[in-house]
Design a protein around this ligand. Structure first.
Ligand SMILES: [Zn+2]
Length: 411
């Protein structure tokens, strides 16, 4: 099926934006983009401006049914983790059904806000049906926990199964997520990294997120130690102290693609290391979640200045009021006005596609990419379309299916 569109502005991200562009789409893929209105039968979208579908590089959709974040703003992170565990346990045996519904709700919410790809941290039990969605692509990064010696072998077997699982839906690509330094041993991280390299899968790990995490790594003490002791999971051999975040980064640099999630407390040496490995490593900043926990200012400007690729995520509704990625962009624009607008767009498109290993299909508008776009009801003849876009709100369009009246309604 071939569709043609004449669009007010197309922000391709891989080149300069094009005014009054025409796009040709065949079987869900962009096949041509032209600078002039060469096809008289094209659908008229001159009242709209589009960019590639947004990519939410980090979320946990299983919490998408939450009306409000868990706990209270500014609470201690280990205490919040306890709330998360309690929330999950509250579902008892019904967890599979509840989670599938939450994931579906999260996918619908993502599409509503212009998001066409999610870096989703998946937990077991997991059913393929929960990912059934016509538009949103899911990079399903299986969360791997690994402190309990009796369960490590089982967890690693699950990771291997996830990495090679023959998904029948085409909107899924697999990846792995060794959770965080306070929940996985280094040898488990190493195993996930080896799988990532062998299968060419993306990997994501929460890292340098809190001061308490650094205390556990560097000193072997603090609130995380207490939490793990209470859960019967603390072993001095796992947390002898004297370690650094850099050790984890070195390990992750061996992966096919590695996404350092949060990186709130990355310091000079680590930033320099990330810059040196920018061909495989990226950092995901989750701005409103960062604000929820009242962290120190995020090192995004230092990271960008050194050449590290920074992408954006909402994290989950357990620490964020919604899954609106565009609000994260607006938050960064307000907090860091020196970051150029064009760079902000790259963080939620091209750079995020690379971070998640889906750059062949998403992140830019050019031949060969999927015809998923974020559309803004902003006419092409305005004075400063990019400024209007950044102040506005996109929705997700699948140009491979034509467009309905619902899509084209401007309110
Ligand atoms: Zn997270």
């Amino acid at each position: 099926m071939i569709w043609k569109y004449r669009v007010g502005w197309v922000f391709t991200i891989c080149g300069l934006p094009i005014q009054d562009a025409t796009l040709m789409v065949e079987d869900g893929e962009i096949v041509a983009i032209e600078e002039s209105a060469i096809w008289p039968d094209a659908i008229d979208l001159r009242e709209w401006s589009v960019m590639p579908a947004l990519i939410n590089a980090h979320t946990h959709l299983e919490f998408s049914k939450l009306k409000y974040p868990l706990g209270t703003q500014g609470m201690s992170f280990p205490q919040w983790i306890t709330e998360v565990i309690r929330y999950r346990q509250g579902f008892g045996d019904n967890i599979g059904v509840e989670k599938a519904q939450a994931v579906q709700k999260g996918l619908r919410e993502s599409a509503k806000y212009g998001v066409g790809v999610v870096g989703e941290i998946a937990t077991l039990p997991l059913t393929e049906a929960s990912y059934d969605h016509s538009s949103v692509h899911i990079v399903s990064l299986l969360e791997v926990l690994g402190l309990d010696p009796e369960r490590v072998a089982e967890r690693l077997a699950q990771a291997e199964e996830h990495a090679i699982y023959p998904w029948s839906l085409s909107n899924i690509s697999p990846g792995l997520s060794p959770h965080a330094p306070y929940t996985v041993r280094m040898d488990v991280v190493q195993h996930c990294v080896a799988l990532s390299a062998a299968q060419q899968l993306p990997i994501a790990m929460h890292l340098a997120e809190t001061m308490e995490e650094l205390e556990l790594i560097e000193e072997g003490s603090g609130p995380f130690r207490t939490m793990l002791e209470n859960m019967g999971l603390f072993s001095p051999a796992d947390f002898p102290g004297g370690k650094r975040v850099l050790g984890y980064l070195k390990q992750l640099s061996q992966a096919y693609r590695a996404l350092v999630v949060h990186g709130n407390y990355l310091h000079e040496t680590e930033i320099a290391f990330l810059a040196k490995h920018a061909e495989t490593m990226s950092v995901c900043y989750c701005p409103r979640t960062h604000a929820y926990f009242h962290h120190d200012q995020h090192p995004i400007e230092e990271l960008l200045a050194q050449g590290v690729s920074v992408v954006l995520g909402t994290d989950s509704r357990a620490s964020n009021p919604d899954l609106n990625l565009w609000k994260e962009v607006q938050h960064v624009q307000k907090e860091f006005p020196d970051i150029p607008d064009e760079q902000l767009l790259g963080m939620v498109t091209k750079d995020a596609a690379f971070a998640l290993g889906v750059e062949d299909s998403f992140g830019t508008i050019e031949p060969g990419r999927r015809a998923l776009v974020a559309a803004f009801p902003i006419p092409g003849d305005g004075p400063d379309v990019l400024t209007e876009m950044l102040a506005g709100q996109p929705r997700l369009w699948n140009l491979g299916n034509g467009l309905s009246e619902v899509d084209l309604a401007t309110t």
